[in-house]
Write a protein that binds this ligand. Structure first.
Ligand code: NAP
Length: 269
């Protein structure tokens, strides 16, 4: 039996067991994917135990992604630039390879018609999700990345490190002018949080608006975007697509994100 799992603290909120479990059943694979509640101070021990336990690898989620980068034996270039690992694969020799599939998941969730060269992108936020998204956009050749964050210094640090231009929070509506893509990578709009405080008036109607928040699926930002005719993409696609490379590496089947999978995971939100 092939084994994988997810390490988090806490881990109960993670949708990864439901997602990988659905694929395991769908493809009739003799495997299991289990949640591990791992305290930060025991993360290294837990990750190092994977080969001895016969695991093919695991995902790591909040708050372990940055620490995991330091623990694995090697990490790919994308994970190193993002500064975080979310997928670990155990090699035949027992060594641990780390990667970060959030950038891949983000781009895949935009769909096959998304064109990186369509125009500037505005990224709201400068946390972990924003980092992965900025790396994804820069790697795909987006011509201009405007990073807008409540704390300007964090946006400036990201722009200096990864590319892009930092925009002060009070200039966020001006930053929408001429944009082809708007990304919410803040926590605003999540259930229990206020909506993202942003008028879309200056955003071109041709722009795509994507929210990384997926609880609720339809955030006030996405509802406002749809109402004025912008294409709106929810955060569930990113979550589903980021899981594909890990599943393929551990279980040997390239899984598909289908409407039936979306429906099954939506039911858990
Ligand atoms: P994080 O590192 O804690 O960053 C949070 C960001 O939100 C920061 O930029 C912060 O700005 C901003 N923020 C918080 N409160 C704010 C407020 N009142 N007004 C304006 N900005 C505010 O979090 P993260 O891990 O990047 O996660 C961000 C979002 O992405 C979450 O909603 C998470 O659910 C989502 N996410 C989704 C996926 C997916 O697969 N769909 C994957 C990862 C994350 P400051 O710097 O000023 O504090």
């Amino acid at each position: 039996m092939k084994l994988a799992g997810v390490m988090g603290w806490p881990v109960a909120h993670s949708r990864s067991p439901a997602l990988h479990g659905w694929w395991l059943r769908r493809y009739g694979i003799d495997g299991a994917y289990v949640p591990f509640a791992v305290r930060p101070e025991r993360l290294e021990q837990a990750i190092r135990a994977l080969p001895a336990l016969g695991f093919a690898g695991c995902n790591v989620t909040i708050p372990h992604k940055e620490a995991a980068l330091r623990i694995v034996d090697r990490a790919d270039a994308t994970a190193r630039r993002i500064g975080a690992v979310n997928t670990i694969v155990v090699g035949p020799d027992g060594s641990l390879s780390g990667s970060n599939t959030d950038a891949f998941g983000f781009v895949e969730s935009l769909g096959p018609d998304w064109r990186p060269d369509a125009g500037p992108a505005v990224v709201m936020g400068a946390g972990g999700a924003a980092r992965a998204i900025i790396v994804a956009l820069a790697d795909r050749g987006v011509p201009e990345i405007r990073i807008v964050n409540r704390t300007l210094a964090r946006a400036e640090a990201l722009a200096a490190e990864l590319g892009g231009r930092a925009v002060p929070w009070d200039r966020r509506e001006t930053a929408l002018e001429g944009a082809a893509l708007l990304v919410n990578a803040t926590s605003q709009g999540m259930t229990g949080q206020p909506p993202l405080d942003l008028s879309l008036e200056r955003l071109p109607k041709s722009a795509t608006v994507i929210d990384t928040v997926y609880v609720p699926l339809e955030t006030p930002l996405l509802a406002a975007a749809r109402a004025r005719g912008n294409r709106a993409v929810d955060g569930l696609g990113m979550l589903l697509h980021q899981a594909r490379p890990g599943f393929e590496a551990w279980f040997g089947v390239a899984p598909e994100v289908t409407p039936a999978l979306r429906e099954a995971i939506e039911a858990t939100l």
